[in-house]
Design a protein around this ligand. Structure first.
Ligand code: AMP
Length: 113
């Protein structure tokens, strides 16, 4: 069965999309934790980072480069942003489809809770 984020990638479920290309889609988090909070997801349904395979190397590299592109697009590249990937129960992962949180627009605390 398709995950929520697969359905957003195909347009079956609406989202506030800020960027998309042939590999990934970036949209605003429905419950933002910062003034800028978007999720970058691959169109390919990789459940979580630890389940990525060797042949996902190009996809993962593309996503990391896209983080910079999205940060510039949203105007947080110079003020700063945090990239978060929650992997598994202890990290609070709630959607089993790899996603990168890009958070910015305010001072972020460290370490995270
Ligand atoms: P995680 O806790 O790392 O699995 O992150 C899942 C994120 O998805 C949370 O920050 C949610 O607020 C967000 N989310 C859940 N449903 C949607 C949706 N329909 N559109 C946008 N973001 C969503």
């Amino acid at each position: 069965m398709a995950t929520l984020f697969e359905k957003i990638c195909t347009g079956e479920i609406p989202a506030d999309i800020v960027y998309q290309d042939e590999v990934c889609v970036c949209f605003r988090d429905i419950n933002p934790g910062a003034p800028t909070h978007v999720l970058l997801v691959p169109r390919k349904a990789i459940p979580r980072l630890a389940m990525a395979q060797e042949d996902d190397a190009a996809l993962l590299g593309h996503m990391l480069l896209t983080v910079g592109k999205v940060a510039r697009l949203l105007g947080v590249d110079e003020s700063g942003f945090r990239l978060v990937i929650n992997n598994g129960p202890h990290a609070g992962e709630t959607v089993p489809h790899l996603h990168m949180h890009i958070l910015g627009g305010r001072d972020l605390e460290w370490p995270p809770g």
